[in-house]
Write a protein that binds this ligand. Structure first.
Ligand SMILES: Nc1ncnc2c1ncn2[C@@H]1O[C@H](COP(=O)(O)OP(=O)(O)OP(=O)(O)O)[C@@H](O)[C@H]1O
Length: 252
């Protein structure tokens, strides 16, 4: 059972080491958690996700995965369990097939072509020509290919950074469904979880059973999704929800 624990974590600002980008972050991610991370732009949400997958260092606090500290665990083994999917994916040079296979090769595992095809189908890329150059794909296609690459690693915890931001509504729904089904399944007999950054309120309500809300350099709220939206504990969260609702109203 994979449990990620964050204790009193802080990250200093790179332009002023005496100020925190965020501090006092304490939280836990347990199997079957489906968490959305909400907050205004520039709060450090992406930075937090990168820290949790050991892609960036932190300045204070500690991080435990199944009882082991981040210092005791090799980053590569950590990332096999805790996988970050970026908003702007980096494609490897070469074809779609090469991008899909490389992940398995890097982890000395056989390439699971059937599974790759089923994930590609599920995200709406079932018809894609695997001989196409990955660099020629659209932003939305690259986002979905990157997600499939990550799923092929059989992670137990996915850290998802606005991964549907370039998708049309139908593709977005397909990705949401795939990931909710994925979270309800198991990896190597172990339950799965995700922590997902989004700015889309409808998506947040649909995909999560918990909300983490970042504001003023803190993880200000951690609540059940319904509670967060119906009865936010802080004024900041209430204002944040209203501002997103107003923006949505203006767009409609
Ligand atoms: N040490 C630091 N590490 C990362 N970002 C930092 C740091 N110090 C200051 N910053 C600034 O803080 C912001 C953090 O960006 P980040 O992408 O993590 O926030 P975010 O909450 O995910 O924003 P968005 O919702 O716009 O994607 C950026 O503007 C960055 O320039």
């Amino acid at each position: 059972m994979t449990v990620l624990q964050v204790n009193e974590m802080a990250k200093s600002k790179f332009d002023n080491r005496n100020e925190w980008l965020f501090s006092g972050v304490a939280a836990e991610i347990r199997p079957e958690d489906r968490i959305v991370l909400l907050g205004g732009s520039g709060q450090g949400k992406s930075t937090l996700l990168r820290i949790l997958s050991l892609l960036e260092p932190f300045d204070k606090g500690d991080l435990h995965l199944d009882g082991q500290t981040s210092a005791e665990c090799k980053p590569q083994s950590w990332r096999k369990k805790v996988t970050y999917v970026a908003q702007k994916p980096v494609m490897r040079s070469g074809t779609v097939a090469h991008n899909l296979r490389t992940v398995s090769e890097l982890h000395n595992k056989p390439f699971e072509e059937e599974l790759a095809r089923s994930y590609m189908e599920a995200v709406g890329l079932g018809q894609m020509d695997w001989d196409k150059q990955a660099s020629d794909l659209s932003g939305g296609e690259q986002q979905r290919l990157a997600l499939v690459r990550s799923l092929l690693l059989h992670p137990e915890l996915l850290l998802l950074d606005e991964i549907t931001s370039s998708l049309d509504p139908a593709s977005k729904r397909a990705v949401e469904k795939l990931l909710m089904d994925w979270a309800a399944g198991q990896a190597n007999g172990l339950e799965r979880a995700y922590l997902w950054i989004t700015h889309d309120l409808d998506q947040a309500r649909l995909i999560s059973n918990q909300v983490w809300f970042m504001a003023e350099g803190r993880l200000l709220e951690k609540s059940a999704t319904e509670v967060f939206f119906e009865n936010p504990a802080t004024e900041q969260a209430g204002l944040f929800i209203r501002s997103l609702q107003e923006t949505r109203g203006e767009k409609q």
